[in-house]
Write a protein that binds this ligand. Structure first.
Ligand SMILES: Cc1ncc(COP(=O)(O)O)c(C=O)c1O
Length: 360
């Protein structure tokens, strides 16, 4: 990639109409985001060269946390190195409140890496299956034990949303906790872009999530928002937060600007919704299965890798880039995966559909 990711993106020297990745609002190359980064670079250099346990807190990091509080309307926010670390930070911060971890069998790599870290037993349940969760809870827990459920809020390959209301119902009997890796939900889902929980209209002291700033928000790094007690625990007891150099300062400043733009321009979310609905409708008319949620991701699989690579290549010849992926949650042969942005025009979406219709 030789330009910022956007509706048009330069790959290997050629400009493509781009339907890949996770830059859902095209903020990564937004002039105000870039300017904020450049200004901070000149003022602060690369980063603090000390962790936040020392002198490592700076105005750019604080601004990210202030914007997160504003965006999510929460008391406190903790900003750390990556979205990938989010589940780990959450699982460790809550470690004294549960006895066993239950994770979706297709959970993201970061949840798999996380699950065993607090040193409690880990059990898997079938993908997006509350009934199987109920069976596993019944079989695996002894009286009085409290479970912690870890799952993606939105699964990255097919863009499917976890059935959180059904999970909450099952978990209630055990007074269980739920933690979502909402990397693809935050900024996108819910009336205010607050993610999967807002999408379902859910709020409870037993529901938690982590998010990333590298996708919808156009920046980089991970975060958790919540009550003072939870965030205080992250700041004082979680190694990944205390013991690492914070996000490079220019990137933190750019990230704060990305959050601010999305906060001040709700119309961007409306455009993304419109584009998502338009693309999914068009794909369905081509015989591709696409659900009707507002997640701007569609993926489908074909019999062989060769077939899918052939389609990808054909589209690229026509100036359109879509991803062929092997990733957690994809079938062994892989998938073709499309994402749509708020910055795609109706004409660009039409062009993708027309070219696909010629190939499929
Ligand atoms: C579901 C999910 N969780 C976490 C991450 C990691 O986030 P980040 O790249 O911001 O570290 C990704 C992908 O990047 C993802 O798809």
């Amino acid at each position: 990639m030789e330009s910022p990711p956007g509706a048009e993106t330069v790959l290997d020297g050629r400009r493509y109409l781009y339907f890949g990745g996770t830059g859902y609002f095209g903020l990564h190359g937004h002039p105000a985001v870039v300017r904020a980064g450049v200004r901070a670079f000149l003022k602060y250099g690369t980063h603090s060269a000390t962790s936040r346990a020392g002198f490592g807190t700076n105005p750019a990091l604080l601004e990210v946390e202030a914007r997160l509080r504003e965006f999510f309307r929460e008391d406190e926010a903790a900003y750390f190195g990556s979205g990938y670390l989010g589940s780990l930070v959450l699982a460790q911060a809550l470690a004294d409140r549960y006895d066993a971890v239950f994770m979706d069998e297709q959970a993201h790599f970061c949840i798999r890496d996380t699950a065993a870290s607090p040193g409690k037993p880990v059990f898997r349940f079938r993908h997006r299956d509350p009934e199987d969760l109920a069976i596993k809870l019944r079989r695996r827990l002894t009286a009085g034990q409290r479970p912690f459920l870890l799952t993606d809020g939105v699964f990255p390959v097919f863009g499917r949303i976890a059935p959180v209301p059904e999970y909450a119902e099952v978990m209630a009997a055990y007074d269980g906790l739920i933690g979502l890796d909402d990397a693809h939900g935050v900024g996108v889902l819910g009336a205010n872009g607050r993610g999967t929980l807002e999408h379902f209209g859910m709020k409870s002291p037993d529901l938690y999530f982590s998010g990333t700033l590298s996708k919808a928000f156009g920046g980089h790094g991970g975060f958790i928002v919540g009550k003072r007690r939870l965030i205080g625990r992250i700041r004082t007891a979680v190694g990944a937060y205390i013991g690492s150099t914070p996000t490079p300062t220019p990137i933190a400043a750019a990230t704060a600007k990305g959050i601010e733009i999305l906060l001040r321009h709700p119309e961007m979310r409306n455009r993304l919704r419109r584009n998502t609905a338009g693309l999914k409708k068009g794909l369905r008319s081509l015989g591709i299965e696409a659900d009707d949620t507002p997640v701007p991701i569609v993926a489908w699989s074909m019999r062989t890798e060769k077939e899918m690579r052939g389609i990808q290549k054909d589209l690229m010849r026509r100036g359109i880039a879509v991803a062929y992926l092997k990733y957690v949650g994809a079938p062994a042969a892989g998938v073709l995966r499309l994402t749509v942005f708020s910055t795609h025009t109706a004409g660009q979406i039409r062009r993708l559909l027309e070219e696909l219709a010629k190939i499929l």
